[in-house]
Design a protein around this ligand. Structure first.
Ligand SMILES: [Cu+2]
Length: 311
């Protein structure tokens, strides 16, 4: 039976399990790399983002700015969810989501005071963050510490410091539910030239097209949270996965609303779109990654408690 993914601000049980799971995965250090199971997701994300597809250009990569954006992050979340189930010893655990669209419907003042930023949830803002479960101003290695970040060239750099956030500092507000419904309403999954250019396809509008300058929906959430959510190493902030779980919820809502609409591009697309075609294998640092086609129908693994607000 499929597990149910719920809103982190309305279910205290999954909220507390999510926090506990993050802290446990952070403490599992691989002696060879000096990095934790959690940190490996940061490395995987940076490596995917620096794998250009095709290598002759500098925008579309093996996880972003192209059609694979949604299935790649769906796979990332499923692998992470399995790690949570292991360390929590709870096969029914399902990742929670942050319904940032519901916060986006509120005033800017209220957005900054959302339940997600309270000390019993993700904690607050700052460099370093000083409140909540991930506060670690003295970079105590037994607490939540940032161990690896990316520079602007995508190189991995080892650090030892607390988590940083600039909530609402670099962009005023979050995407709204009306914007989410608009994105879910588009009939096409994606379109040529399969990049950042299309203004009326679900994938690109959900990922980053500028519904409201200076950034689109998922990109806008990254910029709105700021700090460690901004660079390629953004999985460093546990909010990353809650953002992407809501992004995935929008895709699930789109799939239900347009049951006949296919994932695009199909396998007849040219090899320059490798990593983005339906039967291409997903980029992974783990062995035996699945194909995009394996990520289309995952309703036997998990479902969302509701999609009503975004469909
Ligand atoms: Cu990403």
């Amino acid at each position: 039976m499929a597990n149910i993914r719920k809103d982190i601000t309305t279910d205290s049980s999954v909220r507390d399990k999510y926090i506990a799971g993050v802290l446990r995965l952070k403490q599992e250090i691989n002696p060879r790399s000096g990095l934790s199971t959690y940190d490996a997701f940061v490395v995987w994300h940076v490596r995917a983002m620096t794998t250009m597809t095709p290598p002759s250009q500098t925008s579309r990569n093996a996880a972003h700015r192209g059609p694979v954006f949604l299935p790649w992050h769906r796979y990332l979340l499923i692998v992470l969810e399995q790690q949570f189930q292991r360390v929590l010893n709870d096969t029914a655990f399902a990742l929670p989501y942050w319904a940032w669209n519901r916060d986006g419907d509120l005033s800017v003042q209220q957005q900054r005071k959302s339940p997600i930023w309270q000390d019993n949830c993700m904690g607050g803002s700052g460099n370093p963050v000083t409140s909540g479960p991930f506060a670690n101003p003295n970079a105590d290695p037994t607490k939540f510490v940032i161990r690896v970040v990316s520079n602007s060239q995508g190189q991995l750099i080892k650090v030892n410091r607390g988590l940083a956030r600039r909530i609402g500092a670099d962009v005023a507000n979050l995407p709204t539910s009306a914007q989410a419904r608009q994105a879910v309403g588009f009939g096409d999954y994606d379109e040529a030239d399969w990049s950042v250019g299309s203004t009326s396809t679900m994938r690109n509008v959900v990922e980053g097209w500028q519904l409201n300058p200076p950034a689109g929906m998922h990109n806008r959430v990254h910029v709105w949270v700021g700090g460690d959510m901004a660079p390629m190493s953004s999985p460093n902030d546990p909010v990353f996965f809650l953002n992407h779980c809501n992004v995935d919820r929008l895709w699930a809502a789109w799939q239900q609303k347009h049951p006949g609409a296919p994932y695009l591009p199909s396998d007849t697309a040219p090899v320059t779109l490798k990593f983005h075609r339906l039967s291409d294998t997903l980029f992974s640092v783990y062995p035996n990654p699945p194909k995009i086609s394996d990520m289309i129908d995952v309703t036997d693994i998990y479902r969302y408690d509701t999609i009503a607000d975004v469909s």
